[in-house]
Design a protein around this ligand. Structure first.
Ligand code: G
Ligand code: G
Ligand code: MN
Ligand code: NA
Length: 253
């Protein structure tokens, strides 16, 4: 209950910050994008998203928090662009319940337009669970995003409950291979088989593949061998605050 009460005031008390985790293209060895990860600093402590996001979802506050996050990250991307730091993509996590907002599409478009950002720079990361909600409604939503140039990435791919059939029916741009398939890549041939399969699906269905949670060089080498060129993980960088992220990009591009 205390957490819920505190969450109600977190935006106006400016307790949220964005962290940005670099996404690296191995072909050019450049930062092509970043995933935005919300941080909440409350009463001197950092409360992890794994704790407050589910609460925000239950309270129905995730919608407001989600719009705040999108607005903030669009503004940040625009300001980076003016400073000469050009990112191709910014990925924002979206909860299933955010997609239920009747005006979700219009609101997202409005926020992007207000920042004078090219919608093609924005990627929405959605977990497989969201696809299960109301299939036709979600499909329609994704199609509208597609016509506006906004990308859709499936987060934690392979760990959810939904069927592979949605890959065929939904306009999806990116599959993010879940960290759990990367963790033992060096030791477990079954994980390599799964990654190989995902890469093959991506080729045939014209979806890009990003590997998440890559931590060491051996994993990186295997992923490169398997044809995965987009990497996100501690091997390059943890999520960084704005200034640190700028410094990281300056030293890596
Ligand atoms: O770095 P990390 O602990 O931030 O993130 C943990 C999880 O919290 C992420 O996998 C993601 O599912 C969730 N998360 C982080 N930021 C956001 C956000 O802005 N919106 C939503 N819906 N989830 C987020
Ligand atoms: O939204 P999603 O579940 O994909 O968020 C990614 C989560 O994974 C965030 O909590 C982020 O901090 C974390 N993360 C990203 N890269 C690594 C990594 O290389 N190792 C570990 N342990 N966690 C990571
Ligand atoms: Mn994510
Ligand atoms: Na993920």
């Amino acid at each position: 209950l205390r957490l819920e009460n505190a969450l109600l005031f977190a935006i106006e008390r400016e307790e949220f910050r964005l962290a940005f985790q670099p996404q690296v293209d191995l072909t050019s060895v450049k930062v092509f994008g970043a995933e935005v990860l919300l941080r909440w600093h409350h009463n001197g402590v950092d409360i992890p998203p794994s704790e407050f996001i589910p609460v925000a979802e239950e309270m129905g506050m995730i919608t407001e928090i989600g719009y705040w996050t999108l607005k903030k990250c669009c503004q940040t991307l625009s300001s980076w662009s003016r400073m000469g730091l050009k990112l191709e993509k910014i990925s924002v996590n979206v909860s299933a319940s955010q997609c239920r907002d009747a005006n979700f599409y219009e609101n997202v478009l409005k926020i992007i337009a207000e920042s004078k950002l090219d919608p093609r720079k924005v990627m929405l990361e959605i977990t497989e669970g969201a696809l299960m909600e109301d299939k036709e409604k979600i499909k329609d939503l994704f199609k509208r995003f597609k016509t506006s140039g906004i990308g859709i990435a499936i987060d934690d791919f392979g760990t959810g409950y939904s069927s592979l059939a949605y890959l065929k029916d939904f306009p999806i741009n990116v599959l993010k291979i879940d960290k759990s398939f990367i963790d033992n890549l060096e030791y477990d041939e079954r994980d390599r088989a799964i990654v190989r399969g995902i890469v093959r699906i991506g080729e045939i269905m014209d979806m890009a593949i990003i590997a998440e949670g890559v931590e060491n060089k051996e994993q990186l080498r295997i992923l490169q061998d398997l044809g995965v060129n987009y990497i996100q993980g501690y091997i390059f960088s943890p999520p960084l605050y704005e200034e640190e992220f700028q410094a990281f990009c300056t030293s890596h591009n």
